[in-house]
Design a protein around this ligand. Structure first.
Ligand code: IFM
Length: 459
């Protein structure tokens, strides 16, 4: 750890409910590496990365942050930050190389060590079952477009809950089904690289169905963990007041937000989106929607920016004029308040957590220091936006920074850095950035503030 850097960005002054949790988040494929170690099978991202031109820097996840071997050092870093929660994902092909059939004990033991290591450090393991790395063997049978993958996922979920459920307080079924469906199967810029809207719609339905059936199965087997799903959501604004831009914003809101929230919380798909999809709408069997809206304990919200829609062309993530992150995404913290308040008003959501929030910025490491004040400001402003949503009644119970470490940013490879901890990919050295020091000091400040309030309350 380098010398602490004074927090030059003021701490947000927000009033949070008792028990509010603070965390950092990662995912397996983005950090673990060790892709052929101890019996792990290939995932669709291993296969996708071999295709020329699909990853900006031609890289892959074979080594990544080598977290598979450096997990203890990484858990020590998490403990040093003073967070109470760590969100990570299980790599399905590490624990079940073919996505069906035999289990890989060595892979299961890795997650045993990780979970036990977190608990020993006083940190709650918050587990995601599917953060995009479907076993490649299942893709060979059609992947998420094939309804049989739904039952393979339910089996996987049941086995993970039986193995880890006694030690894990929260389980997420899927991370960002919109990304898997649309970027993976409609635009094809993510694995498995398919470009077919009808397939994408079927995939979205199967992801939701597998979520609902897994929730039902886990409850039936007595799983005590809180269960939920994580969606990537943004308010969708029209690029102008023109009616055509407004109509487009309404449709894209339907495809991004209501396509997932309506079946999860109301048991139906939105009519306006179904009408536009026409023959591309998914095949839905009797009972599917009842399964999808199985009650959940929390909704995970991943928020990075807003969407801006215009009559033609794809919707974008900036309207011009506002500062952008290194991903080209507009920095728009007030969109997080707007989103959370809207979710609270429109749906019967009992609890929401911010399961990802953060920014990629063009960091420079100089004399062992990364002065990422842009990222620090981003975090401070978004945490304040969460506080504003809570003040308006939104039931938000936690916040997690994306990401603990710089990591493999999918089609952008290693060029985009989201970590609050810098990773030198040559030496694998970890260095806390200024944002990590700031986050740590902010959490210390909150603890001191609540201890002082307790003292005052006791008179
Ligand atoms: O890195 C991703 C993560 O895997 C899912 N949510 C968005 C992040 C930044 O693009």
């Amino acid at each position: 750890m380098t010398a602490p850097i004074a927090p030059r960005i003021p701490f947000p002054d927000c009033h949070l409910p008792a028990g509010f949790s603070w965390g950092v988040a990662t995912s397996a494929f983005q950090i673990e590496g060790a892709h052929r170690t101890d019996g792990r099978g290939d995932s669709i991202w291993d296969t996708f990365c071999t295709q020329p031109g699909v990853i900006a820097d031609g890289s892959d996840g074979s080594v990544a942050c080598d977290h598979y071997h450096r997990w203890q050092e990484d858990l020590d870093l998490i403990a040093l930050l003073g967070v109470d929660t760590y969100r990570f994902s299980i790599a399905w092909p590490r624990v079940q190389p073919d996505g069906q059939g035999a289990w890989n004990e060595a892979g299961l033991q890795f997650y045993d060590r990780l979970i036990d290591g977190l608990i020993a450090r006083g940190i709650r393991p918050f587990v995601t079952l599917n953060h995009w790395d479907l076993p490649a063997a299942l893709q060979a049978q059609g992947g998420w477009a094939n309804r049989s993958t739904v039952m393979h996922f339910v089996d996987y979920a049941k086995t993970m809950a039986a193995r880890f459920g006694d030690r894990v307080p929260a389980i997420v079924t899927h991370n960002e089904p919109w990304v898997m469906a649309v970027l993976g199967h409609e635009t094809g810029i993510f694995a498995p690289g398919i470009q077919d809207r009808k397939v994408a719609c079927q995939v979205a339905h199967h992801l939701l169905l597998s979520h609902g059936l897994a929730v039902r199965a886990l409850r039936a087997q007595g799983c005590q963990a809180s269960l939920g799903i994580v969606l990537n959501l943004s308010p969708m604004h029209p690029a102008s007041p023109l009616a055509a831009d407004q109509a487009r914003a309404q449709l894209e809101d339907g495809r991004l937000l209501r396509w997932y929230m309506d079946p999860l919380y109301r048991g139906s798909y939105p009519d306006d989106v179904l009408a536009v999809l026409g023959d591309d709408a998914p095949a839905v069997h009797a009972g599917d929607l009842e399964a999808i809206c199985a009650p959940i304990d929390f909704l995970g919200v991943n928020y990075y920016t807003r969407g801006v829609a215009q009559a033609s062309g794809p919707w974008d993530v900036h309207a011009g004029g506002l500062p952008l992150t290194d991903m080209g995404w507009e920095i728009y913290p007030q969109g997080l308040t707007e989103l959370l308040v809207r979710l609270h008003h429109d749906y019967p959501v009992s609890a929401m957590l911010i399961t990802e929030n953060g920014g990629a910025f063009p960091d420079r490491i100089t004399d062992g220091v990364v002065q990422d004040l842009d990222r620090t400001r981003y975090l401070a402003d978004h945490i304040a936006a969460v506080g504003a949503a809570i003040a308006q009644g939104a039931p938000v119970t936690g916040y997690m920074v994306w990401s603990l470490l710089d990591n493999f940013e999918w089609a952008s490879g290693y060029a985009k850095r989201f970590g609050i901890v810098h990773v030198d990919y040559t030496t694998q050295q970890r260095t806390l950035k200024a944002s990590a020091h700031w986050y740590r000091q902010f959490l210390q400040h909150l603890r001191q503030r609540s201890a002082a309030a307790d003292l005052r309350a006791r008179g």
